[in-house]
Design a protein around this ligand. Structure first.
Ligand SMILES: Nc1ncnc2c1ncn2[C@@H]1O[C@H](COP(=O)(O)OP(=O)(O)OP(=O)(O)O)[C@@H](O)[C@H]1O
Length: 863
């Protein structure tokens, strides 16, 4: 039941239909109330900023709206057209006599309507007389006859052409001291545009057939076109039009304005035919979303047509416009527009809403900043709704719009609430609360910026914000502002947010084909009474990589850390998916490739009870044998060595093979490519590597200083070799094994390094032979050569063998005439013996020159 004072207000509005002001006595009489009571109500309305008071004894009352300017009736004047309106006002008031403007915009966007309002406003402002004319010419009507157009515009002299029996004035004359609106101005021929320059510059023009006596007028111009003005109009013409206004199409207007336009035409039609109009929500939704050419103009026609189409089939009292034909389902909800019903003053007191919303925002922000409970924030919203009900902002409620919003919200909330098992917490009373605030927000012309609060709530309630966003994405109409998230969160999720946020594990299910994942997800979440799982229904032919991408997107939206991730899926390779997903995560991962309701529920309940990842993962191993489970807490449950090579995983796999062949301790060798290693090191703390003995790489990589990261090439150095030996010793490897490993690694690198350089010899065969030679030198001299030296020696000897086979050393040999030291001679002697077998095999002779090079190598490396 509406409050009595607002009934007084509505009565006053009715009385003011015929007059410009009314007295208290007249209102009291019409309401059948005492003068004293009426006076008190009127005073309250006055204080609420809804009425104007004039004179004393008697006092005259007026509506604030009555004193509003012509643009007040333009839908969007306080919203998306706010700037445009203030520019139009400037074009009217600018001294001495305003300036011309051109309005562009698609067909039906309201160009003509805006032009007419500019004219009205000019009258209101008194810059033109009440009796001034608003003359309209659609240039397109004469586009094929420029002569005629010119004569219509500028008039003509008697005898100018056949049929010109007398002088005739043109539209320019008629518009003197008023406005001339030239629509579709791009159809104006060049000559007429040129004539207009002069008129715009000086107010002078010559009628057709007159070239002596010009006429002087004082005309204000408005031009309009649907075309791109730069392409269609002379630059010299455009330069004389300082203001260019572009009107947006219907689809670019904000939701509230789209709705208000629809409502405006429905009310207009209800009044015109004097019938109540009932229209289904779905049809409103279709109208809101329409993107057709013709914009507001065709919207008006469409509404008219809808009323006409349903006129006969409806009863006498009301026209019923049911669901659009393309929409199945019952016409459940209707909006009702009665004829001659008083407009609920949607436009009134809107300016106040910004003030109220700013206060609301700062209270919410302060509370959130102080980490206040969500119930506190809910209370703040309650208070807000209560306050606006108590005062004039009530009038900015458009109850029909509120109903419309409610329907949108309820549908989206039901869908998401079901999927995430939380529907019972999102009851309609809470939705009502949210809708009340949201409808004020939708109607506020200039919303305060809420981004700081949004950042805070996203941090404090990341999972719940995710759900709010899911709900928003289900809307059939665009409720496109950031206010939605915090308001909806506080108003609707107040009871459940804490529970939603308490989850420490991220749980995902993926299923191929149909809605299986979503269905199981809904059941499990519902049974757990909380949003535990997110589900992805994937097409049948989707790859693991695509699944991983989807999951990555979801993880990125989380905005918080979890202790671990649990991924259930129905088919495909477990280890491949594990690998794809694992790199995305900075936590433990359990992958189970068996998606049944029972298993999901068991996991869901454990997650709900905040069981640790480890416990859940261990239990998962005991699930039915048909399924496999893969998980690690940290990078691996076992002692491990990570091997990573810049040149790809192939190389790392080779090294893994060598390590596995030689090492005797029970250790897992994990390979990664370089990028994977880098991100893994960046994302994880030490605990993740708690079972990692060391990391072998082929290049340097940033890492936590506590971790042992060895560059494989450094192992060739003495220091690196020592470090590796130490680490292997700590693992329990014997010296013999360690020697074997280094020798294998050496062989591997030498072979790798030499492969591309040998043309005939097979490195796999020759390198072991050369390694044997090197070992003989070590034995003879009782030295342990460094790996690095061994590497370069092996390489040198392999190349030497091939060189000798190709007989490419004779020149250098002849030049080598220097006297040799005893030590060198001794070396030559020993080397002769050591190389004997290989010389035989390859049928070569290692000459003194080659021996001198080898001697040099030994000498420089032992210094
Ligand atoms: N902001 C608005 N508020 C209320 N009604 C509007 C608004 N804008 C346009 N209309 C209505 O929309 C209809 C189409 O507007 P109008 O004829 O001015 O468009 P136009 O851009 O001039 O179209 P065209 O290019 O086809 O001539 C009119 O009935 C007009 O009253």
């Amino acid at each position: 039941m509406k409050k009595a004072k607002y009934r007084v207000f509505e009565k006053l509005r009715q009385l003011l239909d015929d007059k410009s002001a009314v007295t208290t006595k007249e209102v009291a009489k019409a309401m059948n109330l005492s003068r004293g009571v009426t006076s008190s109500y009127l005073a309250q309305l006055y204080h609420e900023g809804l009425l104007l008071k004039k004179g004393t004894k008697p006092v005259y009352w007026q509506l604030i709206s009555n004193s509003q300017d012509a643009f007040a009736q333009l839908i969007g004047a306080n919203g998306s057209l706010k700037n445009i309106v203030s520019q139009c006002k400037a074009s009217v008031n600018y001294p001495p006599s305003g300036f011309p403007l051109i309005i562009t915009g698609p067909s039906g966007s309201g160009k003509s309507y805006l032009a007419s309002l500019i004219f009205k406003y000019a009258q209101q402002e008194g810059v033109i007389n009440k009796g001034a004319h608003f003359v309209v010419l659609n240039c397109a009507d004469y586009a094929n006859n420029p002569e005629l157009l010119s004569s219509v515009l500028f008039g003509y002299k008697k005898g100018t052409f056949t049929g010109a029996d007398a002088d005739k004035t043109g539209l320019v004359d008629q518009a003197d001291n008023g406005y001339l609106f030239l629509d579709e101005v791009h159809r104006l021929p060049r000559e007429s545009q040129e004539k207009l320059f002069v008129l715009l510059d000086s107010g002078k023009f010559y009628p057709l057939g007159e070239n002596k006596h010009f006429k002087q007028v004082n005309v204000r111009f408005i031009f309009a076109t649907t075309e791109k003005i730069e392409d269609k109009l002379l630059n010299t013409f455009l330069r004389r039009v300082p203001l260019k206004i572009a009107l947006p199409g219907f689809s670019e207007r904000p939701l509230i304005e789209k709705y208000q336009l629809i409502e405006f035409f429905l009310k207009h039609e209800a009044n015109r035919i004097n019938r109540t109009i009932k229209i289904s929500f779905n049809t409103i939704q279709v109208l809101v979303n329409q993107k057709q050419e013709g914009n507001i103009g065709s919207l008006a026609n469409k509404i008219k047509l809808l009323c006409a189409e349903n006129f006969n089939s409806s009863d006498k009292k009301a026209i019923e416009i049911p669901n659009n034909k393309n929409i199945s389902g019952p016409n459940v909800d209707w909006l009702v527009f009665k004829p001659n019903s008083q407009d609920l003053l949607v436009n009134l007191a809107k300016e106040n809403s910004k003030k109220y919303l700013s206060t609301l925002l700062s209270t919410l922000y302060d509370n959130e900043n102080k980490n206040q409970e969500i119930s506190e924030q809910n209370l703040v919203l309650n208070q807000f709704v209560h306050d606006i009900k108590r005062n004039s902002v009530l009038l900015i409620y458009d109850q029909n719009f509120e109903k419309f919003l409610m329907q949108q919200l309820a549908t989206a909330t039901e869908k998401i609430g079901k999927k995430y098992g939380i529907l019972k917490y999102l009851n309609s009373q809470k939705l009502c609360e949210a809708v009340k605030v949201l409808s004020v927000i939708q109607e506020c012309p200039d919303l305060p910026d809420i981004s700081n609060l949004l950042t805070l709530v996203s941090k404090h309630y990341p999972r719940t914000v995710y759900l709010c966003k899911q709900i928003r994405s289900c809307f059939k109409v665009d409720i496109n502002n950031d206010w939605f998230i915090p308001i909806f969160l506080y108003a609707v999720f107040d009871e459940i947010a804490g529970k939603i946020e308490s989850q420490n594990l991220l749980a995902i299910m993926v299923c191929h084909g149909g809605n299986v994942a979503s269905d199981i997800c809904a059941i499990v979440n519902e049974l757990c009474g909380n949003y535990i799982f997110e589900a992805f229904d994937m097409p049948l032919n989707v790859s693991n990589h695509e699944i991983a991408q989807k999951i990555e997107l979801y993880i990125r939206k989380q905005g918080r850390k979890y202790d671990g991730t649990i991924l259930l899926f129905d088919m495909g390779s477990l280890s491949n998916l594990y690998k794809e997903v694992k790199v995305l995560l900075n936590n433990d991962l359990l992958v189970i490739n068996n998606l049944t309701t029972e298993i999901a529920l068991d996991l869901g309940l454990q997650i709900q009870q905040n069981k640790s990842f480890k416990k859940i993962a261990e239990k998962a191993e005991s699930y039915p044998s048909t399924m496999s489970v893969k998980y690690f807490e940290g990078i691996s449950q076992k002692a491990n060595i990570i091997v990573s090579c810049m040149s790809g995983e192939g190389l790392a796999e080779e090294i893994k093979r060598i390590l596995q062949k030689v090492l005797q301790t029970d250790v897992e060798i994990i390979t990664m490519d370089y990028h994977e290693l880098k991100t893994t090191l960046q994302r994880h703390d030490l605990s993740y590597f708690k079972n990692t003995n060391f990391i072998l790489t082929t290049n340097n990589v940033d890492h936590q200083k506590e971790l042992d990261v060895l560059n494989l090439y450094d192992i060739m150095d003495e220091d690196g070799d020592k470090r590796l030996r130490q680490l292997l010793k700590e693992m329990g490897e014997t010296k013999k094994n360690v020697d074997k490993l280094t020798s294998e690694l050496l062989k591997f690198f030498t072979i790798g390094g030499i492969k591309g350089r040998l043309r005939f010899l097979n490195p796999d065969v020759v390198i072991p032979e050369i390694q044997e030679i090197v070992a003989k030198f070590e034995n003879y001299y009782h030295v342990a050569l460094t790996n690095k030296f061994k590497l370069s020696l092996c390489m040198h000897l392999a190349l030497m063998l091939e060189r000798l086979m190709l007989d490419q050393t004779s020149d250098q040999e002849s030049k080598d005439t220097q006297e040799k030291s005893k030590e060198e001679k001794d070396f030559y002697h020993v080397a002769d013996k050591i190389f004997h077998n290989i010389e035989q095999k390859y049928n070569i002779k290692i000459n003194d020159y080659e021996l001198s090079l080898i001697y040099e190598l030994f000498k420089t490396n032992s210094e």
